[in-house]
Design a protein around this ligand. Structure first.
Ligand code: GLN
Length: 196
């Protein structure tokens, strides 16, 4: 891939604009995705933070659930932050009744694991061998367990919890790099997109 990859940001709910800005800062061409035709047109996708139950319900209402599942399954590079991590998990704990995910990463993610809104916090952690970054957690999930094909890219205090993972073309973080102005996670994702 020589020109700037076209990366969509799923724009049903959540911090879409911040991801668009971070992606453009690292040299991608970023577009909002709300319709199946827009999904078709992108090389890769970011599923933003927000509220996983709302994103899931809106994706269902916009007839995006099956197209999203199909593209993720067929290897489209996809990065999910926070609620997006929940959506990329094959299995979740603490979901609402009937809550579905797109799946793709062989892991169990516990929703609202670190606590509620008041328990939001920042932590310094090593990310994927690219140095320490200041990670912002907002009612964040953590990864309870991962399958053999999942690479752990980041672990946070308290409790040495897994908060960043990769499985092939899929990347997920419990935290919100789009809120800090530190573009290393987006840059890592762009490198993944260029590799594939
Ligand atoms: N707790 C939210 C959820 O369950 C995620 C929070 C976030 O994305 N900041 O989807």
């Amino acid at each position: 891939m020589t020109s700037a990859p076209k990366i969509g940001v799923l724009a049903l709910q959540g911090d879409v604009r911040e991801h668009v800005r971070s992606l453009e800062a690292v040299g991608a061409s970023a577009v909002a995705v709300r319709r199946p035709a827009e999904l078709e047109a992108v090389d890769a996708l970011v599923v933003p933070g927000g509220e996983s139950t709302t994103i899931w319900k809106l994706a269902d209402a916009f007839e995006l659930l099956d197209p999203l599942r199909m593209r993720v399954k067929s290897g489209m590079p996809t990065y999910g932050s926070c609620a997006g991590m929940i959506l990329l998990a094959d299995r979740i704990q603490g979901g609402i009744e009937g809550q579905q995910t797109l799946g793709g990463i062989d892991m169990v993610v516990r929703r609202n694991a670190f606590g509620r809104q008041v328990d939001s916090f920042e932590a310094s952690l090593d990310f994927a061998g690219r140095g320490r970054l200041n990670a912002v957690f907002i009612r964040a999930p953590w990864v309870e367990s991962v399958g053999a094909d999942v690479e752990v890219l980041g672990v946070a205090e308290p409790g040495d919890r897994i908060v960043a993972v990769r499985q092939g073309p899929l990347l997920a973080t419990s935290f919100h790099p789009e809120l800090t102005g530190d573009t290393r996670v987006h840059s890592y994702f762009l490198d993944m997109v260029r590799e594939l």
